[in-house]
Write a protein that binds this ligand. Structure first.
Ligand code: NDP
Length: 327
């Protein structure tokens, strides 16, 4: 048996229940992993509310790190006793022990502790595919401006550091002056408090009127159209989240009128669909972390049984950087 967090219905943080679930033996292509720490992500909120549909009852959580206890048939890259970490679909990481597909699980380098591993996989692999693999036509070169919303969040603080390491000038937005300072301390070249400042005007000012080559927008509804206004001609908007709600239907003609723009709606789970790509992306991420180019800021820790409070704080914009659940 394992203590786990499950929901029986979609709703607010109050639907999160601590339950005991049976844990069996791994089948073909599966492993059993004992978690040492679990990562919290904004996608967990979308799954709790039902914005991203799943069958009920639903075990939540998509990120964790721990030790492999048992390995099923056909698993060749892991064995019992391995230290591992993952970002995975299907959800179910808010627990002590689980059986799960091995495909998305990688060995965690000895230099990276379990909490860091649990905090960094989903968010760090997201930054990897956004900055390295989701680029405007012609690619991003050192010196280029990009705009990254929610720059003081979990994904955001990793992106600030990674972009700096690539020589990019990241303009970060955040919801308070203190969060802006944090983003700057993590490598943002410029910061904008989008609660008090007009971010389109500020981006134009910072870029001398030219606009940015790419916008990485996880806010969605509240920022989408204004994000388009920040782009230079032929620029790329990557909408990768919906913290304020999903983007409404829009007239494609807008993209022509605003300068032959590109829009994409990527998700990590397409990028980590194969084991080979997951390993290659994880190797890149591990290299950035072990070289010191990127540190993983764990700014909040909650016990598994306090996960409802963790969700309230995340949705209430009271967190910065990464959050882990301790076991
Ligand atoms: P964060 O730590 O960034 O938390 C979300 C932040 O969004 C808040 O702290 C807040 O920062 C900002 N925000 C703006 N408007 C709202 C609002 N109305 N309600 C709540 N928050 C708001 O979360 P994560 O690092 O876990 O994820 C960041 C984003 O990236 C999420 O939208 C997530 O869904 C997305 N994501 C997408 C992936 C993909 O592959 N498509 C993979 C991983 C993450 P502030 O106060 O500074 O505005």
């Amino acid at each position: 048996m394992s203590r786990a967090i499950q929901i029986q219905q979609f709703g607010g943080p109050e639907v999160l229940q601590l339950v005991d679930l049976p844990v069996g033996e791994p089948g073909p292509g599966e492993i059993r992993v004992r978690h040492h720490a679990v990562g919290l992500n904004f996608i967990d909120v979308y799954q709790r509310t039902g914005l991203y549909p799943n069958a009920l009852p639903l075990s939540l959580g998509m990120e964790g790190a721990g030790m492999v206890e048992a390995v099923g048939p056909e698993v060749t890259h892991l064995q019992p006793g391995d230290r591992v970490a993952y970002a995975s679909a299907p959800p179910g990481s808010y627990c002590e022990l689980r059986v799960m597909p091995a495909k998305c699980v990688v060995q965690l380098p000895d230099a990276i502790d379990f909490e860091t591993g649990a905090a960094m996989m989903l968010k760090g692999l997201t930054v990897q595919y956004l900055l390295r693999r989701t680029q405007p036509q012609g690619g991003l070169q050192a010196g280029d401006f990009i705009l990254f919303h929610a720059a003081a969040g979990g994904v955001g603080l990793i992106a600030c550091q990674w972009a700096k390491a690539m020589g990019l000038q990241l303009i970060g937005t955040a919801g308070s002056d203190a969060k802006c300072e944090l983003a700057k301390a993590h490598g943002a070249a410029h910061v904008i408090n989008y609660q008090t400042e007009d971010f389109v005007a500020r981006v134009k000012e910072i870029t001398g009127g030219a606009g940015v080559k790419a916008v990485y927008d996880s806010i969605g509804k509240d920022t989408f159209e204004r994000s388009l206004d920040c782009l230079a001609p032929f620029g790329l908007l990557a909408n990768f989240g919906n913290a304020s709600g999903p983007v409404a239907a829009f007239n494609l003609g807008l993209l022509g009128a605003k300068g032959s723009l590109y829009v994409t709606r990527p998700t990590l789970f397409t990028h980590i669909a194969t084991r080979e790509r997951t390993q290659a992306m994880a190797d890149d991420l591990f290299g950035m972390v072990t070289s010191g180019a990127v540190s993983i800021p764990i700014d909040q820790r909650y016990r598994l049984e306090d996960v409802a409070q963790a969700h309230r704080d995340l949705e209430g914009r009271r967190t910065t950087g990464c959050t882990v659940l301790t076991l």
